[in-house]
Design a protein around this ligand. Structure first.
Ligand code: CP3
Length: 354
């Protein structure tokens, strides 16, 4: 075999998700779905009962592995995202974090510089050791063609939960702190950048092949604040991870970032960008796809609704974005009332079987 052929063969043996993230356009785009493991699956609800509370599920490798594999058994997805949550970072830092039934996450809020004293960055990796065990177990159990995705929340999004103490807010307390006292707010962000960087490096050491950073609340930031609290911390994390793992593909998800997405890609150096359902497809194709691999962006409520409108939208997304590097996904995570058969339908459509 000559060198070129050998190189090409090696390249085509690479997994689909990694190939697209390196810039390749595939004839059939890879597909995975945010929150592909979760309450919409009866088998998840069953395992969740066994675990007791949600954080126990995240910290029990055997159960976390089981729920990670559940969607892979049902659907022909290209990638598996390890089961965990973005709020294990504040938990590992020593903040009081709980998940209450029907209420979501509840944290003991940190609202000023004095509040930062509860955070202890030293024990983070020890506390998260079960997550690394989950990743190692998944690499053993996942079929060889599936890519294992590790993840973390971006500092701004994690900070919102830490400051507000719960979800479902407009991030007003965090935004106000960041405006009034940027220097002390930076101290919180610095702790998060450092903890998230070491956490992601260990995920890759343990076997994660691709990383995604969820900035689910970047859309509440004004232009200059977006640069300061979404782009800059993301860039520092990407640089920190790449210093140790130069080749690991990283996907950014600056949800609601709108027109800031192009600058986000250029300044952070991410390989891929996950787009919410609001991002116009043709604009994304023309403006963002030359800069990075695109991922997205079916509306998670259209996945609930299903029917002809869903079929048409899936086709339109694939037709518009599939001529360049592209990963099919949702605009935001699967919601609990999603009919599992709609997920099967989307996978079938993306694979072009009908
Ligand atoms: O399959 C996967 O995508 C992997 C697992 C995963 C979870 N959370 C499991 C989970 C991932 C990647 C996350 C990320 C996450 N967690 C984000 C970023 C993505 C996003 O959706 O914007 C955020 C903001 C969180 C914080 C969080 N965790 C909230 C607000 C909630 C409550 C909302 C809800 O759906 O109940 C959670 C809980 C959570 N994380 C559940 C799951 C499956 C449901 C909890 C349960 O089973 O009782």
């Amino acid at each position: 075999m000559n060198e070129t052929v050998k190189a090409r063969t090696m390249e085509t043996n690479e997994k689909t998700l990694i190939r697209t993230l390196k810039g390749e356009t595939l004839s059939v785009p890879p597909i995975w779905l945010m929150r592909q493991a979760g309450r919409y699956l009866p088998e998840y609800r069953e395992t969740r009962k066994q675990a007791g509370n949600f954080l126990e599920l995240c910290y029990t490798p055997e159960l976390a592995i089981e729920v990670t594999l559940q969607p892979i058994r049902r659907y022909d997805l290209d990638a598996s995202i390890m089961f965990c949550d973005i709020l294990v970072i504040p938990d590992a830092l020593g903040q009081d974090v709980a998940f209450r039934e029907g209420e979501g996450p509840v944290l003991e809020p940190i609202q000023n510089v004095q509040g930062l004293s509860v955070l202890n960055p030293d024990g983070v990796l020890d506390h998260l050791a079960p997550v690394f065990e989950t990743i190692k177990g998944l690499r053993r159990e996942l079929p060889a063609d599936k890519t294992l995705i590790g993840f973390a929340g971006s500092p701004w999004t994690v900070a919102i939960y830490m400051v507000e103490g719960r979800g479902g807010t407009d991030g007003g307390k965090a935004r106000s702190w960041a405006y009034k006292e940027p220097d002390t707010f930076s101290q919180l962000m610095d702790v998060l950048v450092a903890a998230t960087t070491e956490y992601l490096i260990m995920q890759v050491d343990s076997g994660a092949e691709v990383l995604q950073l969820f900035d689910s609340w970047s859309g509440v930031l004004s232009e200059d604040q977006f640069r300061k609290w979404s782009i800059d911390p993301t860039r520092r994390i990407v640089d920190g991870v790449r210093a140790v793992h130069p080749d690991v593909p990283i996907i950014g998800f600056p949800r609601g970032g709108g027109l800031m997405a192009a600058e986000f890609i250029r300044e952070t150096g991410v390989n891929g960008i996950s787009m919410d359902a609001n991002v116009p497809l043709e604009w994304a194709r023309d403006t963002l796809q030359p800069l990075a691999t695109l991922q997205g962006n079916l509306d998670n409520q259209l996945l609930v609704a299903g029917g002809a409108e869903m079929d048409m939208t899936v086709r339109r997304i694939v037709d518009t974005l599939g001529k360049g590097p592209f990963i099919f996904n949702l605009g935001h995570g699967i919601v609990p009332n999603t009919p599992p058969e709609h997920v099967a339908r989307v996978v079938e459509l993306v694979r072009g079987q009908s």
